[in-house]
Design a protein around this ligand. Structure first.
Ligand SMILES: CC(C)(COP(=O)(O)OP(=O)(O)OC[C@H]1O[C@@H](n2cnc3c(N)ncnc32)[C@H](O)[C@@H]1OP(=O)(O)O)[C@@H](O)C(=O)NCCC(=O)NCCS
Length: 218
């Protein structure tokens, strides 16, 4: 099993210096608290903060080399995170069984810390050390997860905001006929093909995004 050394990048904001950590361990997360503005994964319900931490710990307890939880931390509090998880869902491209495919599962910044470049910096940190250069990373963006009211953005603006921050990290929007993506025009699939991914893996992944390709054997 590959071990990765924890990396800490400082991100200066008008509210203070935030630490962005990657290659994290469960022990590190156990020692941190969740900021009160977190909890978006379960719509800021009462149990949200505890649930989010539990999910992070579960991801890190699975020692798959693709798994990581990238954190933004301020004074011992988690104020943002990104989950990177082995692709194990039911999307059609998961059928490829390509071990290099990794899902950027969720990205969140605390409601108390938005628009300070923290998501951008976490995304940059996720990919900067080359850990995912031999991977195909994808992210499914579903509008029902978006905090439109709080961010005061309409659906189209929110879509554009997400695409902008993902593009800065090397993602591009890809067409797919995946039914969940196509249920809402604002949903999107974004993909980042690592620099060391060979053409054949790249080709197969792109083909796998459409059902017709499966019909004809990719
Ligand atoms: C999406 C989210 C992670 C962004 O976090 P963030 O730290 O506020 O993002 P950043 O500050 O790095 O970047 C926001 C960008 O949007 C831009 N932006 C803000 N309002 C905007 C608007 N009305 N129109 C267009 N762009 C806008 C900002 O200017 C910034 O871009 P810039 O760096 O080029 O100036 C945060 O809003 C969040 O946690 N939302 C809830 C969870 C969620 O929606 N997750 C994504 C789906 S999985």
């Amino acid at each position: 099993m590959t071990e990765y050394n924890q990396i800490n990048v400082e991100h200066k904001t008008p509210k203070g210096v935030v630490g962005v950590f990657k290659n994290n361990t469960g022990e590190f997360i156990e020692g941190l608290q969740m900021d009160e503005g977190m909890g978006g994964l379960t719509k800021h319900s009462k149990e949200s903060l505890e649930n989010e931490k539990k999910i992070m710990l579960e991801i890190l307890s699975d020692k798959d080399p693709r798994n990581d939880v990238i954190l933004a931390v301020y004074e011992n509090k988690i104020i943002g995170y990104i989950t990177m998880v082995k692709s194990n869902f039911n999307e059609q491209w998961a059928k490829l069984k390509d071990d290099s495919v990794v899902e950027l599962g969720f990205i969140e910044v605390s409601r108390n810390w938005r628009n300070l470049g923290i998501a951008t910096r976490m995304l940059e940190a996720t990919f900067k050390d080359g850990r995912y250069e031999n991977n195909i990373a994808y992210s499914t963006e579903y509008s029902w997860h978006w905090d439109m009211e709080y961010n005061k953005l309409n659906k189209s603006e929110y879509h554009d905001m997400l695409l902008k921050i993902f593009k800065k990290a090397g993602f591009e929007q890809y067409d797919t006929d995946d039914p969940d993506i196509n249920v809402d025009w604002a949903n999107m699939l974004t993909v980042r093909i690592g620099g060391d991914v060979d053409i054949e893996r790249n080709r197969k992944f792109i083909l796998s995004l459409r059902k017709d390709s499966w019909k004809y054997g990719l």
